[in-house]
Design a protein around this ligand. Structure first.
Ligand code: N01
Length: 513
């Protein structure tokens, strides 16, 4: 923490500390508290909507839940874990790591559990935050660490309510559900579905997988780590950090280059996936059905070595006829067949364009974030919004996603936020927000660049696309993002020196969509 608290500000009256609210106690929220504290920002309160931390790793409990980003890269840089049991961690182990880290760094006492934030209202230069039915509380800074994929998308299948068995979305997996001997239907073929099919097929009577689109599936070279290796990492933590950098570099040189259009890497990925299919699916008819008709890398690449062997088993069927409707006893497909089921799993993905919504976020001049976005969420360098001073988003709209580590992206964004708070202190400012012109220039550059990526040219539909069919994610290499986060250009921001200036800016704000 550098510089002075803004003169006469709430910060100055609060022992030089801005009051900071973090929304969400998932990976980003926990990381934010720890890094802010280390940087000297200690008045931090976390609002968590449920009774437990962990975000996506708390919410998802489906069988086979794991992370397809290598363990040594899917962790905080400040808490390298020598004890990962596998090269690709399983969900419960990641959740345990998050809990352990939150406890170790003293995050837990800062969390208010069961406190869903319903409204954030900017009254210059502070935010009024309302959680649940409670009274509004006042904060200087708000950090939305609410995650990307947490609003289940449940298509409006006709007859879904008539189903007599158990139906649920993958993110709402019932506790203690026993699938032994059951006929299970799974709609959707994304990463989640691939992991579930791989995990349950041996246990159930029958799996019917309803596929609308075939996927490119890269093998996942899973490996268990031995005690000697873990002991070595404990003794030499530098090895763990080297592994982080090594994996980051490899992903950068392969998958990232592929998605940004490298023809060599795209060919390599497609070759790896085709070979995976050939080696693991002996039946040519099934192989044909599992062969995608768009280019590899267009959707988020699936990494899974259990799916192809599982779907090739005698008790598994791949259904490619469209879904006509859902009936009391199962799913009726367009060819008239009724696929009888006891359990129906909706692996149908998430509403990726919600982010912090439906929380009402009201910025300068009474403008609402939801209406500002109008279904296409935007941000300045994936973190801030003009008209919403002192409001940061972690893993917010148009950020780098895909087959990379969101731990890394989130940490870079937190570092950027800390640099911004330091800059406010140095300038003795009470509020900052990106300038409208900088935001528009940045978004126009992004809109041009995104058209060169495989997400746009690959000929597929995916959650990366906005409602106009344009990818709404970071179109450049993650290393560029790192540079942007490490070297913020503060000329892109307007700073409000005192309360009067902030109030005047609030009144004058003419924010355009
Ligand atoms: O969801 P998805 P997901 N009728 O959106 C189908 C992360 N993740 O939960 O392709 C029939 O990928 C839809 O069909 P189509 C990761 O970022 C990470 O699997 O649109 N089908 C598709 O097959 C991932 O990308 C890990 O034709 C319908 C599926 O549902 C993200 O989560 C693990 C339909 C949705 O696939 C989301 O993955 C798991 C309809 N009406 C997940 N509507 C890691 O390991 C949708 N579908 C880090």
């Amino acid at each position: 923490m550098t510089g002075n608290p803004p003169i006469g500000s709430h910060w100055a009256r609060n022992g030089g500390q801005p009051r900071i609210a973090v929304i969400g106690a998932g990976m980003s929220g926990i990381g934010a508290v720890i890094k802010l504290e280390k940087a000297g920002y200690t008045d931090v309160t976390v609002f968590e909507k449920t009774g437990e931390i962990g975000g996506t790793w708390r919410e998802n409990r489906y069988p086979g839940l794991s992370c397809d980003v290598p363990s040594y890269f899917y962790q905080y840089t400040f808490a390298p874990n020598p004890d990962w049991s596998h090269r690709f961690s399983y969900g419960p182990e990641i959740q345990a790591y998050l809990k352990r880290t939150a406890e170790r760094f003293g995050v837990m006492p800062r969390i208010r559990f069961n406190a869903p934030v319903t409204e954030l209202r900017y009254e210059a230069p502070r935010w009024h935050l309302r959680a649940g039915d409670g009274e509004a509380e006042v904060f200087d800074i708000v950090i939305a660490a609410t995650g990307v994929l947490h609003h289940p998308s449940v298509p409006d299948f006709p007859g879904l309510d008539d189903f007599r068995g158990t139906a649920f979305h993958t993110a709402r997996w019932p506790e203690n559900l026993d699938l032994t001997g059951k006929k299970v239907g799974i709609i959707g073929t994304g990463s989640t579905s691939a992991q579930i099919v791989g995990a349950i097929t041996d246990q159930v009577a029958r799996v019917s997988l309803f596929q609308r689109t075939a996927q490119w599936i890269h093998p996942l070279p899973q490996k268990r780590y031995g005690e000697r290796w873990k002991g070595l990492l404990r003794r030499i933590p530098a090895l763990n950090r080297a592994a982080y950098r090594g994996v980051s570099f490899t992903i950068d040189q392969t998958f990232v280059r592929a998605t940004l259009g490298s023809p060599v890497m795209l060919r390599y990925l497609a070759w790896m996936c085709r070979r995976n299919l050939r080696r693991n699916v002996p039946d040519p008819e099934l192989r044909a059905k599992l062969t995608p008709d768009y280019r590899a890398g267009c959707k988020r690449m699936i990494f899974c070595s259990t799916f192809y062997p599982a779907i090739s088993k005698d008790n598994a069927e791949l259904v490619t006829a469209g879904i006509d409707r859902i009936e009391a006893d199962g799913v009726r497909t367009a060819d008239g067949t009724l696929h009888e089921l006891d359990v129906l799993v909706l692996a149908t993905g998430f509403k990726a364009s919600n982010f912090i919504l439906p929380t009402r976020v009201i910025g300068e001049n009474g403008v609402e974030l939801g209406s500002q976005w109008d279904g296409i969420p935007r941000a300045h360098r994936a973190t801030t919004m003009p008209g919403f001073p002192n409001f940061w988003m972690l893993e917010g709209p148009t950020g780098p996603v895909g087959n990379i580590s969101l731990f890394m992206i989130s940490e870079q964004q937190i570092d950027n936020l800390i640099l911004s708070l330091d800059e406010m202190r140095a300038r003795e400012a009470v509020a900052m927000a990106p300038r409208q012109d900088a935001f528009e220039r940045y978004n126009a550059d992004m809109a041009r660049a995104v058209r060169g990526t495989i997400w746009f040219t690959g000929g597929c539909n995916s959650w990366y696309l906005d409602r106009n069919g344009v990818p709404n994610i970071y179109p450049w290499a993650p290393r560029r993002f790192r540079r942007e986060m490490q070297n913020p250009d503060f000329s892109e921001f307007r700073f409000m020196r005192d309360e009067a200036e902030a109030i005047a800016a609030d009144r004058a704000a003419a924010v355009t969509a």
